[in-house]
Ligand binder design. Structure first.
Ligand code: PMP
Length: 401
């Protein structure tokens, strides 16, 4: 906890609020609810009715000959069309594997990359690494089953590959800090998983179609439908696609057909909104998302520069092929650094004094507590409260570095 005189809670609060204890708000998870206003306006084209007699079978209604046997063709067609429109990933001559969120596809990728058929079970598990600050779920999801095939190996910057096989997860743009990333280990035996959950134009400039061996995407962050629990992998190698499919078959016998149809309908609405803006009541989805993100970042940067207590990452300006303009990234998270000299633990400051639940830097592999990740993907009223509370931190009552 921090000295009480560091805050002037009277600054923006009205007199009735002044007496009330602060209500805790949760900006810990990246729950992408900010798109709700778009989807309320999007109308029938983005909705689907599924009757009780439909989708009864384990098997797809139309698989279209995909290697992933439980993949609905309608879903994979919409995935392809959306990537073609946005220009963020190569899909031609690639395999698509659908998963229950990209979280399941991450596990399926690990399973597939450790060559299961040839794996010598007496040998040690393969290391899985990612550059600090890495997405906080990677260590837990990698290790929770204590697999004999792979184990979490920590920070990719510090990893010694010893010319042995390993897996590096590249998250780009990176959760939590929003930077564009590439592999950092570069060993001969390295296998790469690209987590491209945030490689969409509302968050970052689309500079080229990504073209990697395994790329993971999700409707959670692209359209904001985290509750639909659908993600997809774009995979170059047929054997890997087959193994990933096997993993999902063994863990959940496929992926909800209802969800695949709902996701396909929503993605079609996004693609069509991008093609014929004037016909859509809600407008172009990515334009809507970008406008929110730009507005939030401007307001957040203003508060940070006014009080000097926090700093935010800077992003380069790049040409975005999708919007046809030069822009910088406006990530879904703020990677906030506390500059206050007498505050060692930024998480306690924000959680304890400001009553905002955020995720501390240590969860992302950092060895100091100066950083926290704050979700910018939530509803406007919560974002406004975040700004109000951050602006109450008075740098004048303490020394700012
Ligand atoms: N990768 C990253 C970088 C994420 O931020 C998230 C969600 N927070 C996921 C993967 C998981 O997405 P899903 O909801 O599709 O499982």
């Amino acid at each position: 906890m921090c000295p009480a005189n560091m805050f002037s809670t009277e600054k923006k609060e009205d007199s009735t609020k002044k007496q009330q204890p602060l209500q805790t708000i949760n900006l810990d998870q990246g729950d992408p609810t900010m798109f709700v206003e778009y989807w309320k306006k999007a109308g029938e084209k983005s909705s689907i009715v599924i009757n009780a007699w439909q989708n009864l079978s384990y098997f797809p209604n139309d698989n279209g000959g995909n290697i992933c046997w439980f993949l609905e063709k309608e879903f994979s067609d919409e995935v392809t069309k959306l990537h073609e429109l946005v220009g963020n990933a190569v899909t031609k001559d690639r395999y698509i594997v659908v998963g229950t969120g990209s979280t399941q596809l991450y596990q399926a990728s690990l399973f597939a990359l450790v060559n299961v058929n040839d794996h010598d079970y007496s040998s040690k598990p393969m290391d899985v690494v990612s550059a600090v600050p890495f997405y906080s779920s990677y260590p837990a999801v990698t290790d929770f089953l204590k697999s004999g095939l792979y184990k979490w190996g920590g920070d990719a910057y510090k990893f010694d590959h010893k010319n042995e096989p390993y897996i590096e997860v590249v998250c780009s743009p990176n959760n939590p800090d929003g930077h564009t990333m590439g592999p950092v280990v570069n060993g001969n035996g390295g296998k790469l998983i690209y987590d491209l959950a945030y490689y969409w134009p509302q968050y970052t400039p689309i500079t080229k179609p990504a073209d990697h061996d395994i790329m993971l995407f999700t409707v959670s962050k692209s359209t904001g439908h985290a509750g639909t629990r659908v993600g997809w992998a774009i995979v170059k190698d047929e054997k890997i696609a087959r193994k990933m499919t096997k993993f999902i078959e063994l863990s959940t016998i496929g992926v909800s057909k209802d969800s695949q149809y709902r996701a396909a309908t929503i993605m079609r609405a996004v693609t069509e909104s991008g093609q014929s803006i004037s016909l859509q009541l809600a407008g172009n989805f990515f334009e809507f998302g970008k406008n929110i993100m730009v507005d939030r970042w401007e307001r957040l940067r203003k508060v940070a520069s006014e009080n000097g207590a926090f700093s935010l990452p800077k992003y380069p300006k790049q040409y975005c092929n999708y919007f046809g303009e030069i822009k910088e990234a406006h990530p879904g998270f703020a990677w906030l650094k506390c500059n206050l000299e007498n505050v060692e633990d930024c998480e306690s400051l924000v959680k304890g004094n400001l009553k905002i639940l955020v995720r501390g830097g240590k969860n992302f592999g950092m060895d100091n507590s100066k950083y926290v990740r704050v979700s910018l993907l939530d509803l406007e009223d919560k974002f406004q409260i975040l700004l109000e509370r951050l602006s109450t931190v008075s740098s004048s009552s303490t020394k700012v570095k």
